[in-house]
Design a protein around this ligand. Structure first.
Ligand code: THU
Length: 133
């Protein structure tokens, strides 16, 4: 868990493209070999399409050939306001993490540079669906 990545997550959340909800999310994904990939949420104005910051970061990492993931940092806030709480990943993102990561994959929920919590994927999804053994 790195302080500079917490700062980066907060900073990149302002790149979110969220005209529909005005709710900005930034995610920084760390791979097993310590590379980082960033993602923000992307919406169309009518919310016909919305992609969460977390899945955006996974897509970028996968497109770069990455397959092993260690940790993700997440920060969400209303546009032009600081976060009022920590934002957990949505169910869709948790399932993607479940299918791409191990149980001890870490999820860092950030409220500010000094207020954050580190959880594991297993804490969020103790009973999980997997099609393989
Ligand atoms: N969102 C994320 O990017 N990550 C989350 O963990 C929760 C929600 C996005 C989706 C949508 O663009 C906006 O936040 C409001 O739900």
């Amino acid at each position: 868990m790195k302080k500079d990545l917490i700062k980066k997550t907060i900073e990149i959340s302002d790149n979110a493209f969220c005209p529909a909800t005005k709710f900005c999310v930034g995610a920084v994904l760390e791979t097993a070999d310590n590379k980082i990939y960033t993602g923000v949420n992307i919406e169309t104005p009518s919310v016909i399409f919305a992609l969460c910051a977390e899945r955006n970061a996974f897509c970028t990492a996968l497109a770069d050939g990455q397959r092993e993931f260690k940790r993700i940092y997440i920060y969400g806030h209303k546009e032009n306001e600081p976060a009022y709480r920590m934002i957990p990943p949505c169910g869709f993102c948790l399932q993607v993490m479940n299918e791409l990561c191990k149980e001890d994959f870490e999820i860092v929920l950030i409220k500010s540079e000094t207020e954050y919590e580190v959880h594991t994927l297993n804490e969020f999804l103790p009973m999980k669906f997997a099609s393989k053994k």
